[in-house]
Design a protein around this ligand. Structure first.
Ligand code: ATP
Ligand code: MG
Length: 650
């Protein structure tokens, strides 16, 4: 296939299918497949039905105003997100239901009922007001995974001050950039957080970040560890507990316009300079509410756990806003999955009787590497549904998760979406969809997705190309903060009036989507355009391999040669024999043109702090270039070790 056709070759074949069980179907929130057709016939009516289930101060005049590439949803409507996530549940028996079950890494825990949450959010909202915070002021939140994090977000939403959450693993420099870009007035942090038995020095980073961030007037500090008492700056720093002391237990929610900004969030930066994604109020709430309800088949008595950090969009939409808008019980865990031992996640599931677990492929591949003995220690039979998000999931990892965590009983929903999309767009519906490991299956009802070639023409079944979204959706980003031109350039310039995701995908005979990774990661070998994802999945298919990352290195003859970095399972050691075996394995699985030219074994792969493989750094290493932006890298030592190893073996 010629490379200028703009398509990506579909190499890997997957035959296993998993239809929903009769039992699951019978109890599912949604089990009628006609919903897809119905929703696409009139998407605006479809979304309006969900909007009707929420509480509006003033109902909207118009569902959608679309002036490409700018959408407005529920135009003229007024509502408050914190009211919808909390107050709305206080008039029924839900008022004493657990809203947040939180567990700290050292084993401490707290439960907030909806009533507790109401009081804490109101008190903190009043505290913010007492510092002079007004509607429209931006507030940066740099906290560990503690209850004060969602409380602060909801308090911001209550008074109409957009939040910008910065993941607790980021450096002072990263916080400073984000404070300046957003011109935040307040920074909320903690005196530390626990991670793998250590204390993360958040206050120290926060202090340092303020050197050169003149917009910030006050810093609010949560006492989590008791380690920063000496560093409080007079007149600038205030303890959270002092701020809320004596504040009234009620706070009138600010009536917000549907299109008022709810928050901005800087993307993880897998590909470069962070972008400030702007999400607004009405559409975002409707989108996250609807997708949480249907994709996770949420019921009144579910105990739902999304293991992401709230510092990422997944935590915003599917730990905080989506679940709370649904009146669910949402679980939060502060620390690391291997503390004190590698069974911590499974211990948490057993302890709280978690019924729905939503995690990332990177975590699943790590659990695979550690082995089955850890989940086997615990009773996981409370689980009824599993989910994944963040990267394409290799079919072997999917099956491992399904079998070892789900006990072969729980549907696995592989959900594709982005910080920009605000809500899941491609996903199974667990009561309807026959699952295929490695496929995110179909667009959510009301969403129109397509795989197109360079010219914008749809590729046929079996072919690969670029994933695009063809009509606006409620939770879509509205712009990039302070950079409206980049918004247009980045997402709307390639195809007129169509959203460009920058992800590759293929579509199969059943119309299912298979995500192939970022467009930037596609490799050109002898005029074949190959997705790194498929070669990696062929490698992970070998029982000795836990994780793999492939990249293209410049090659005079072939254009690019495939270089694979492979992490083996814990009990296996790398050898020349295994290199040969893996090359053979890829050849048998998908063909000789995808056979890696070089295979390197490594204990770890370079990843972003959100756990995604950073292939561009691997490319830099293989090409012998200076490394690109490394500020979002989780562990710089991993790259250092790889550079040394690569230099030696070359
Ligand atoms: P940046 O855009 O700053 O480089 P990022 O794209 O990693 O960072 P996110 O918005 O958190 O930041 O991630 C969205 C991306 O993650 C998607 O574009 C896609 O590449 C990948 N992704 C998320 N979920 C899935 C999934 N279920 N299957 C395949 N890929 C996924
Ligand atoms: Mg992205």
């Amino acid at each position: 296939m010629a490379q200028d056709s703009g398509s990506i070759e579909a190499l890997l074949h997957e035959d296993r299918t998993f239809p929903p069980s009769e039992e699951f179907k019978k109890q599912a929130n949604i089990s009628d497949p006609n919903i897809y057709e119905e929703a696409l016939k009139d998407p605006e009516a479809f979304w309006a039905k969900f909007a009707d289930e929420l509480d509006w101060i003033k109902k909207w005049d118009k569902v959608l105003q679309w002036d490409p590439p700018h959408a407005q949803w529920f135009v003229g409507g007024k509502l408050n997100v914190s009211y919808n996530c909390i107050d709305r549940h206080l008039t029924s028996a839900r008022r004493n239901k657990a809203a947040i079950i939180w567990e700290g890494e050292p084993g401490d825990r707290q439960v907030y009922t909806y009533w507790d949450l109401y009081r804490e959010v109101c008190r903190f909202a009043n505290g913010l007001k007492s510092l002079g915070v007004k509607k429209g002021d931006r507030i940066t939140i740099y906290l560990p995974m503690i209850p004060e994090l969602p409380i602060a977000m909801l308090a911001c939403a209550r008074i109409g001050a957009p939040h910008s959450v910065v993941f607790g693993g980021f450096s002072a420099e990263a916080i400073r950039d984000r404070l300046n870009d957003s011109q935040s007035k307040i920074l909320i942090t903690a005196d530390g957080g626990y991670r793998r038995g250590n204390i993360i020095q958040l206050k120290q980073n926060a202090d340092e970040s303020l050197d050169g961030a003149p917009s910030v007037e006050k810093m609010i500090v949560v006492r989590r560890t008791g380690h920063a008492d000496e560093n409080m700056v007079d007149g600038r720093d205030i303890w959270w507990h002092d701020l809320v002391e004596g504040q009234p237990l009620t706070c009138e929610p600010e009536p917000m316009d549907s299109e008022d900004m709810l928050y901005l969030l800087y993307t993880s930066g897998t590909t470069g300079k962070p972008k400030g994604i702007v999400h607004t109020t009405g559409g975002y709430l409707v989108g996250t509410y609807a997708t949480t309800k249907w994709i996770f088949d949420l019921k009144e008595d579910d105990v739902y756990w999304c293991t992401a950090d709230i510092g990422w969009v997944t935590g915003h939409s599917y730990i905080v806003y989506g679940p709370l808008a649904n009146g669910a019980t949402t679980v939060m865990y502060e620390g690391s999955p291997d503390w004190p031992d590698r069974d911590r996640f499974w211990a948490i599931i057993a302890k709280y009787g978690i019924t729905i677990c939503y995690t990332a492929p990177t975590a699943i591949r790590t659990f695979m590497r550690w082995g089955e003995e850890y989940p086997e220690r615990h009773d996981l039979t409370s689980l009824r549904l599993l989910g994944t998000v963040g990267e394409p999931i290799n079919p072997e990892a999917w099956v491992w998760y399904w079998k070892n965590i789900g006990g072969g009983r729980c549907p696995v929903v592989d959900t594709w979406w982005q910080t920009e999309t605000g809500m899941v767009l491609i996903t199974p519906l667990p009561g309807i969809t026959t699952l295929k490991p490695g496929s995110a299956t179909r667009a959510f009802p009301g969403i129109e997705a397509e795989v197109v070639d360079e010219s914008g023409a749809p590729v046929g079944p079996g072919a690969g190309g670029y994933l695009v979204i063809k009509r606006p959706w409620p939770a879509m980003l509205r712009t990039l903060y302070g950079d409206p031109d980049r918004y247009v350039e980045q997402y709307w310039a390639r195809y007129p009036d169509i959203y460009f995701t920058a992800d590759g995908a293929k579509i199969d005979e059943d119309g299912y989507f298979w995500l192939l990774g970022r467009v930037d990661d596609v490799i050109n070998v002898s005029a074949h355009r190959i997705s790194t994802m498929e070669v990696e999945s062929a490698l992970v298919d070998n029982s000795k391999v836990a994780e793999a990352a492939c990249i293209g290195r410049t090659d005079e003859i072939k254009g690019q040669a495939i270089v694979a970095f492979v992490t083996l399972k814990d009990h296996v050691t790398g050898s020349e024999e295994i290199v040969a075996e893996l090359k053979r394995h890829v050849t048998t699985k998908i063909g000789a043109m995808a056979r890696p030219d070089e295979i390197y074994f490594t204990g770890e792969l370079p990843k972003t702090r959100s756990g995604k493989i950073m292939r561009r750094l691997l490319r830099d290493i293989a090409e012998g270039r200076t490394l690109g932006d490394t500020t979002t890298l989780a562990d710089p030592a991993v790259v250092q070790a790889l550079m040394e190893q690569y230099g030696e073996e070359e």
